[in-house]
Design a protein around this ligand. Sequence first.
Ligand code: ADP
Ligand code: ZN
Length: 432
Amino acid sequence: MYWEKEIETMDRGNLEKLQAARLGETLGRAQKSPHYGKVFKETRLDTDRIWTVADVGMLPLTTKEDLREQWPYGFLACSRDELIRMHSSSGTTGRATVIFHTDGDIAAWTNLLARSMYMTGMRRSDVFQNMMTYGLFTGGLGFHYGAEKIGALVIPAGAGNSKRQIQLMRDFDTTAIHIIPSYALHLSTVFAETGVDPRRDTKLKIAFLGAEPHSEKMRLKIEELYGFKGFNSYGLSEMNGPGVAFECPEQNGMHIWEDNYIVEIIDPVTLKPLPEGEEGELVMTTLLREGMPIIRYRTKDLTRIIPGPCPCGRTHRRIERIKGRTDDMMILKGVNIFPIQIERRLMEIPGVGTNFLIILDREGYNDSMTVKVEIQREFFGGDLHQLEALRRRIVEELRSDILITPRVDLVEPDSLPKSEGKAVRVVDKRKE
Ligand code: ADP
Ligand code: ZN
């Protein structure tokens, strides 16, 4: 049941001792990089003192802007000869950042993914189809290496080409997949078109759903369509990529691997640490990274620590499903709204299809929000009264959640732009 029982179930006291020891080593290494060498000197940080986990708050924060400024080598803590791989972020919010790995870094990352996938029940007898983009994006090779380490048969399918994905699943009896949740919904429509029922005609039993925010409702919808168990997988390239935090069979929050990271939740405005259980920005410090250690990285992702132990016996704390990035927050008529609130509501309404798009605009001096919602094929071309009733219901349900009245347009299945990577949920025309 455990990949590494001792580490996964280590009591909190020993886990924190391990973290403290690794923090000291990390600071020693980080100091060798141009960026931290300078920052530690300016802040007169004594990296040689004895560190405890509680001391981490004394260290300077690191931001995506720091990584961009120091692009490409300013965070390197070793010589270039020691590097064996480079990856980059997807560039969702601007210029992509690059991360370099030594062979030790790749081994540690691979191990985290093996640990995570093993935790959900994946074994060497499984056939794993990785439907993420290979290349610079971490979701391809990261999972690939982890699954090979478990000894599963890996199909490096890559992203897109839906019909071929379905064919591969059927020809090779795929049992586990790694897929972006918005793409999983889209793929279900291709299954329907080709007359293949994923529940009846495939052997799928496990899915790793990650790379973008998605609600519990969306997970349930995907599980229902496919008949597998979907496990939430969180990561970011700056902290390796996937394998940072992962759901266990309880499917109630993601264990964040604290032997590899020190985890804090801070108030994104005051930058002060928040009490356990409160929602704020996730901040992480790498503990095993050799090539490019990163101290107190501001992920911009909003979540909270779920207090209390997990029935699975793992002692590494759990973070709640990510609500979104601080940059994803839309401010409309003074109300703060996250795309996931809209997604969650839509997924509950029968007749709603698999994709939606939020368009923000300005009409005169007023902000407006239009939500384009794909509906299910059965509804389209049907009774106009029924369509109008559905449209009104969506407006009502959204208004009760986000407190403003959006315009809702119902559109044909598969008519909104699709992405092979992370879904684009919001188009903000106010900025144009
Ligand atoms: P970029 O930051 O350019 O998108 P990455 O590919 O490194 O590049 O993406 C990491 C980000 O993706 C995370 O910081 C987070 O915002 C989002 N993300 C990844 N996995 C999840 C998940 N399971 N739930 C919600 N958001 C996720
Ligand atoms: Zn658990």
